[in-house]
Design a protein around this ligand. Structure first.
Ligand code: GCW
Length: 718
């Protein structure tokens, strides 16, 4: 009997260990709910003995299921559902569901917020999760699980949390053929072909992960859109996804191709002022809402990089956006109109003295002209998701228009899948930038500065079919950080990294401290080895993988790296002062005044705003040329440092995730060295300066780097 029991216990142990071990491939993201031990285990078990959830809708049931799943995994015991409060109950309540008034003021919780409080009720100690609506209960449940997973104190909880931004969205640049533009994590997770019948269980996991960080909207298809996405079969497919996401509070949006009325309707024009066109879109909106009653709206890339748009008919972006907005308005939908524009054929355009100026030039005059259900989505910087960009001058310049932030979570220009370059600091740097108009970029985006109620933030998703979802374990942190900052743009990137590392690896400080230390400096390291001191857009053509600052032969001037760095015998950098393109004048006067002089421009942005002599002195006392070389070297050295730190973590990290990260760091080191060497070889051919003492010569001559070709580099499906 005894030995049989032992066998049984052993079998159980193997069964419980085996799936956990094999599951450590990153699939579970930050929702691993790894078994707790010691005091943390006892505390979690004591606070999650039972769950009381009044009969509620799908989101409350989802919250309950998540709490049961989470605490079962954390403590080994599934909290049972109960109808009456006992000690250790988690009580999920809304004002509508609670028989007694809740000890929380509903007015502080908004539409999606929640409170988590340790309370005494009927003589029992209970953890209350209160919200006005069920979705708040789900967000609160995820928060509680985050605390438990991170071994936080659960005894005296007194938390109130509401999102500061209304639309917190992912934008998928996923194509209908399963490829992903700028995707580095495998194929698209949307199996369009088998939808709507087959709903891959992964869609539910996707929704869970997003809800756990507060994301509440997703644009399913690429902004370089196909009109087919708006045909009946594809609407049905999108509706199937919307059904899966609904309990998780996630609305579906679609990218709309401007020329759809011509391509899939039978119209001859897509002129936004043509009544037939407006009628076509209104009917299309009706059709979509019949299938997806809570459809979020359209995202539009128009008159940019070859996409059609209202300017084809000599109409403005506002004409286009407002026509679509009218179609969506009766249903409560919004139009998200992108400001990432640079016109085709712009060689002949006098504005082409600086591509960085075009979005402002096109959109600033339209401030106040957009319908009230339009948001204008602006990239964080004025060019294109570079390792570092100064904040976009439109932030602060359009007070009458809700400006939606667009960040790129997928790392098109920042190491793609393999480089460990935590983007939290990049997001934070932009959000905290002072616009010179009375607040920060975050204050513009969250509506505080200009009193907008409709607010939004979007991240270009880094999600694909890879088991680890994001191409690498550490890229998951960028998805996580985006969601957390979308909920609260005032959070610090460091704090978010700590949360993420604790849940993703272990709350053990021997893990969290070094992992967070690696992450914190990693983006700056990439800036150093790729684009130091304000350089930008020196990546290889098309795929944007690797260095190619020498490229000068592409059809449009602003596609060429030489256009951006402007290196010549005297110096390097793009003069955006009044003597140059005067892009600086697009910033508010205090910012413009600061940037107009080299001395008051932060060194890290010098070459973005100024053409600087090779011998100009940096704060360190060294010349610009020597400093440039040292920045490249620092970047490479930082990666070597991350490799060393990671090695020390071997005993504390599971084998699969350890080894992949170790391998990727080796790739990153090799590529950082390549970036450094190729950049130095090229710029030295222009500066004609010797390398500073102690700096190694590039491993190869310039021609060797120039000859490299990457025809199958990922993320560039054309
Ligand atoms: O960064 C560029 C990318 C394009 C992308 C475009 C955009 C979707 O290289 O792939 O197209 O930006 O944001 O529209």
């Amino acid at each position: 009997m005894w030995s049989r029991l032992c066998c049984w216990l052993l079998a159980c142990a193997i069964l419980t260990v085996a799936p956990a071990a094999s599951a450590e491939d990153g699939y579970q993201l930050w929702l691993r709910y790894a078994p707790l031990q010691g005091a943390a285990l006892q505390s979690a078990a004591a606070h999650a003995k039972a769950i009381m959830v009044p009969a509620q809708g799908p989101s409350a049931q989802t919250a309950q299921a998540e709490l049961q799943r989470g605490f079962a995994s954390l403590t080994g015991k599934t909290p049972q559902s109960t109808q009456s409060l006992t000690d250790g109950t988690i009580w999920l309540a809304t004002p509508a569901s609670s028989p007694t008034p809740l000890p929380v003021s509903p007015s502080t919780l908004g539409e999606e917020g929640y409170a988590i409080r340790t309370i005494r009720m009927q003589g029992k100690t209970v953890t209350l999760i209160a919200a006005n609506h069920d979705i708040g209960l789900l967000y609160g449940a995820f928060h509680l699980l985050r605390l438990a997973s991170s071994e936080a104190d659960l005894d005296h909880l007194d938390i109130t949390s509401t999102p500061r931004i209304k639309l917190r969205m992912l934008n998928h640049w996923d194509n209908l053929d399963g490829t992903v533009e700028r995707g580095y994590a495998g194929a698209s997770i949307w199996d369009w072909w088998h939808l709507p019948d087959f709903k891959d269980p992964r869609y539910t996991e996707y929704a869970r992960a997003n809800a756990s960080i507060g994301i509440n909207g997703t644009v399913l298809n690429n902004v370089n859109a196909k009109a087919d996405s708006l045909t009946a079969p594809y609407i049905a497919k999108a509706a199937a996804l919307a059904d899966v996401f609904r309990p998780y509070g996630i609305k579906v949006y679609l990218s709309a191709k401007w020329s759809a009325p011509i391509e899939i309707g039978s119209l001859k024009t897509a002129d936004p002022l043509d009544p037939q066109v407006a009628k076509w879109w209104a009917a299309k909106a009706d059709e979509i809402y019949a299938a997806i009653p809570d459809f979020g709206g359209f995202l539009v890339k128009a008159n940019s990089e070859g996409q059609p748009g209202p300017q084809d008919y000599h109409r403005t972006h506002a004409d286009g956006a407002n026509m679509l907005a009218a179609a969506l308005k009766p249903h409560g939908g919004v139009v998200i109109w992108r400001a990432f524009v640079y016109a085709a054929g712009a060689q002949k355009d006098p504005r082409l003295d600086d591509r960085a100026k075009q979005a402002y030039d096109d959109f600033k005059p339209l401030d106040g002209k957009f319908a009230d259900n339009v948001l204008v989505q602006v990239k964080n910087g004025a060019i294109d998701f570079q390792p570092r960009e100064p904040f976009h001058p439109l932030f602060g310049a359009m007070p009458k228009t809700p400006l939606m932030m667009e960040f790129q979570i997928t790392k098109e220009y920042i190491g793609q899948s393999t480089h460990l370059t935590y983007l939290g600091p990049l997001f934070e740097e932009t959000l905290r930038a002072d616009t010179g108009t009375g607040g920060t970029v975050a204050d513009v985006v969250d509506g505080k500065l200009d009193h907008h109620r409709l607010t939004g933030i979007a991240g270009i998703a880094n999600i694909g079919t890879d088991r680890n979802w994001s191409g690498s374990i550490f890229n998951q942190a960028d998805w996580y950080a985006f969601g957390r900052l979308a909920w609260d743009p005032q959070l610090s990137a460091q704090q978010i990294a700590q949360e993420w590392a604790a849940q993703t690896f272990s709350p053990d400080p021997r893990v969290v401290t070094p992992v967070v230390a690696m992450m914190e400096g990693s983006r700056e390291a990439a800036v150093d080895y790729m684009t130091p001191l304000g350089l930008a857009h020196v990546m290889g053509t098309g795929h944007h993988y690797g260095p190619a600052p020498w490229i000068a032969n592409l059809e449009r001037p602003e596609w060429n790296p030489v256009y951006y760095h402007r290196a010549d015998a005297e110096g390097i950098g793009f003069d955006r002062t009044a003597k140059g393109s005067n892009a600086i004048a697009q910033y508010a006067p205090p910012v413009a005044a600061r940037l107009s002089k080299l001395e008051t421009t932060p060194e890290k942005e010098w070459l973005w705003f100024h053409h600087v002599g090779w011998d100009q002195k940096l704060a360190s006392g060294e010349t610009l040329w020597d400093g440039l070389v040292h920045h490249y070297d620092h970047g490479v050295a930082y990666v070597a440092g991350m490799q060393q730190t990671w090695e020390t973590l071997r005993p504390l990290i599971d084998a699969e995730r350890f080894t992949q990260t170790q391998t990727y760091l080796a790739i990153q080191h090799r590529e950082a060295q390549w970036w450094r060497d190729a950049s130095i070889a090229y710029f030295q051919s222009i500066s004609h300066r010797p390398l500073p003492a102690g700096a190694a010569a590039p491993a190869h001559g310039l021609d060797w780097y120039k000859a490299l070709r990457f025809p199958y580099a990922p993320g560039n499906p054309k």
